[in-house]
Design a binder for this molecule. Structure first.
Ligand SMILES: Cc1cc2nc3c(=O)[nH]c(=O)nc-3n(C[C@H](O)[C@H](O)[C@H](O)COP(=O)(O)OP(=O)(O)OC[C@H]3O[C@@H](n4cnc5c(N)ncnc54)[C@H](O)[C@@H]3O)c2cc1C
Length: 640
């Protein structure tokens, strides 16, 4: 065990004391006490403890610009939302102030789904009906937000969650939606290569990972020091330090999967229902002869788009995104991204909904780079309004849902509680809150929501002054199997977003790490709780140290110096990031339909349900499609 002096010296090497773009941590005594207590405590206690910490100890630095107070779920947001879970509002709060407002529609949740719902509602009612969005974060966007850094005078942006989009079919619903909000894909031109050194291909998103890809094998594979291999999967797995039997399995898998086609005729047929009755792990074992050990050693990322591992996901997850039908869904040619991910889509929806919300005209450049005019979001008299920092804690019909004339919506903002009246409501915040907030929700709906498991995830954005330490190894995309995260890559950003029209190894950039919480062998529910416990109980400083250690271990030998190269760290913690569909989620069990159809099929009284989680394939397109269905249900069946 290292002595305290060693630890201090080690921290200095990692640059823990460097002046980077994060605030200092004042409450370290309390934090240290919290860390000691963290082990045996239940998640609820841990959260209470987290709320005791000075906000910076947990939320950390938030960057600059519009998103500086809203990196992931901040301590403020978590504390407000968990009052719902902790039954604080089970009894009607006598202190609630009536705002006196009546809206034709209140949308709970200002992510892409809630914002799209407000846009559809306003447009399809000819702006004659009023709409209010209640969003609990300090800015709209939900998982589609961004972090902004200034590094050596250059503004850098990176996604907090929802990242890339695809080129849609011309004239499709989504293509027309992009057109409506002003997302013109043909105007996406990306940075070009700077300088005279040989070019290494860069992706347009951190998830694209173009070849050549560096793959790191460390202590878990008996490698001390660790070993970088470039494109080992393309080279018959040569030199990968795994047992011969595992290599043979992986080679057979790579060969067979390159020839494989979708193993069913249409979603819902017998073959797809079978896939949905087994886990993804079982499917990989049955279809490709892989062993459980190989899957759990090398293929845990297979469920990454669903926030969980193959051991607990439905086998249908392997194909669920195929149903979304883009014109070009290939990562190499089709994936596109704003510099801050799908935050660009959220900003364009808001600009269309409330033209004064972002200064300037509705061009890609202005909507990306100009500041949000927060004062314009919630002005009386405009057809659509967005109220931020507002957590809906109770939503209930004012009489028997079948006959009621309205819904009472109660929300907190800061320390205050308010209520207002809505003629209809779209619950777009996600199943994890909707099932608690709608107080008169029937048991059938509650049971349906009980089938929704949401897993935590953290996106860490690390601004670096240059990425020469990656370039020197001969790649710009890297993956690994141990420690924090599992991949990252240097990307080029659209030129409308930056003054730096070129990028090279000495350019500053942001390395994004997606951190999942996987505990193979435990149930999905247990994995979610354990992951949230870790997410809630780990201080900013501890995560920062682990990030510095990870980068130092992998890149120190190619010139990385944490003290010199790291310019800023932002953590985006999402307690309920991903809907992780378990077997039976998509098509139901025992001959019974999937219970999520109860939530999508019809409104409950004056309340309909949106959010991407209802689709089972979390994506901005499904967020928009679920919003459109929910709004049409209200306009056709409730308000008609
Ligand atoms: C790490 C990660 C990466 C992803 N990458 C991609 C990608 O590359 N491409 C893609 O298309 N999709 C991606 N997604 C999927 C993403 O979920 C969708 O694209 C989309 O952003 C979801 O929008 P939404 O409105 O349905 O949900 P959310 O974004 O979750 O929005 C719901 C909002 O409602 C708020 N809310 C909840 N309850 C309440 C309440 N009671 N009162 C007030 N507000 C409330 C929430 O806090 C949140 O802000 C990713 C998701 C994650 C987690």
């Amino acid at each position: 065990m290292p002595h305290l002096g060693d630890k201090v010296r080690y921290d200095a090497v990692l640059g823990m004391g460097s002046r980077i773009t994060r605030r200092d941590f004042l409450n370290s005594t309390l934090l240290a006490a919290g860390s000691v207590l963290a082990g045996p405590k239940a998640p609820r206690d841990l959260l209470a403890q987290a709320s005791l910490w000075a906000e910076d100890d947990w939320t950390g630095y938030g960057g600059v610009g519009d998103y500086r107070r809203s990196n992931g779920n901040t301590a403020e947001v978590v504390n407000s939302a968990h009052k719902i879970r902790d039954h604080v509002f089970d009894k009607y709060p006598a202190e609630a102030t009536d705002t006196g407002e009546v809206f034709d529609c209140v949308v709970v949740g200002g992510g892409i789904s809630g914002l799209a719902a407000a846009l559809f509602f306003t447009r399809e009612s000819g702006a004659k009906l009023s709409c209010l969005v209640l969003e609990n974060h300090a800015i709209f966007g939900g998982e589609a937000k961004r972090n902004d850094f200034i590094v050596d005078g250059q503004r850098l942006m990176a996604p907090q969650g929802s990242d890339h989009f695809q080129i849609p079919y011309p004239y499709s619903f989504i293509a027309r939606f992009y057109e409506l909000i002003g997302v013109r894909i043909r105007e996406f031109k990306y940075q070009t290569w700077a300088g005279t050194e040989p070019e290494i291909p860069l992706g347009r998103t951190f998830e694209q990972m173009p070849a050549p890809e560096g793959v790191y094998f460390g202590a878990r594979f008996g490698q001390r020091p660790g070993l970088w291999l470039v494109d080992p999967w393309e080279k018959n797995l040569e030199r990968i330090p795994i047992p011969a039997a595992m290599r043979a399995e992986m080679l057979a898998y790579l060969e067979r999967s390159s020839r494989a086609s979708v193993p069913f005729d249409y979603p819902g047929d017998e073959k797809s229902r079978y896939l949905d009755s087994i886990t993804l792990e079982q499917h990989l074992m049955e279809a490709y002869g892989l062993s459980r050990e190989t899957i759990r050693t090398l293929m845990m990322g297979e469920g990454g788009g669903f926030g969980a591992g193959p051991d607990v996901l439905s086998g249908y997850c392997a194909y669920a995104f195929d149903a979304l039908h883009s014109l070009d869904d290939s990562p190499e040619t089709g994936w596109q991204a704003f510099p801050g991910g799908n935050c660009g889509i959220a900003r364009h929806i808001v600009k269309t909904l409330i033209p004064e919300s972002i200064a300037g005209s509705k061009t890609l450049e202005a909507v990306c780079r100009n500041r949000v005019n927060f004062a314009a979001l919630d002005r009386p008299g405009q057809p659509a309004r967005i109220r931020l920092g507002a957590t809906a804690v109770r939503v209930e019909h004012d009489a028997d849902p079948a006959r009621s004339s309205g819904v009472r919506v109660t929300y907190t903002q800061g320390d205050k509680v308010y209520h207002l009246k809505a003629r209809s409501v779209v619950m777009a915040g996600g199943g994890w809150t909707a099932q608690l907030v709608v107080r008169d929700l029937p048991a059938r709906h509650r049971d349906a929501y009980a089938e929704f498991h949401r897993m935590p995830c953290m996106l860490a954005n690390v601004a670096v002054r240059n990425w020469r330490f990656v370039y020197k190894l001969g790649f710009a995309s890297a993956s690994w199997y141990e420690g924090l995260g599992s991949f990252t890559s240097v990307r080029k950003v659209p030129v409308f977003s930056t003054d730096a029209k070129t990028i090279g190894p000495d350019s500053p950039t942001v390395l994004t790490f997606k951190i999942l919480y996987l505990y193979p062998g435990l149930s999905l529910h247990e994995q979610g709780s354990r992951g949230r416990t870790e997410l809630l109980s780990t201080s900013f400083r501890d995560y920062e140290r682990r990030i510095r250690e990870q980068l130092t271990e992998m890149f120190a030998r190619s010139g990385f110096d944490a003290r010199r190269d790291i310019a800023g760290v932002i953590l985006n913690r999402w307690g309920h990031a991903y809907l992780s569909p378990q077997p039976g989620f998509f098509f139901g069990k025992d001959g019974k339909p999937a219970t999520r159809e109860i939530l999508r099929g019809a409104p409950f009284g004056r309340i309909s349900f949106a959010n991407t989680d209802l689709s089972g394939a979390m994506d901005h397109k499904t967020a928009v499609l679920e919003a459109h269905r929910a709004v049409r249900q209200l306009l056709d069946q409730v308000l008609a």
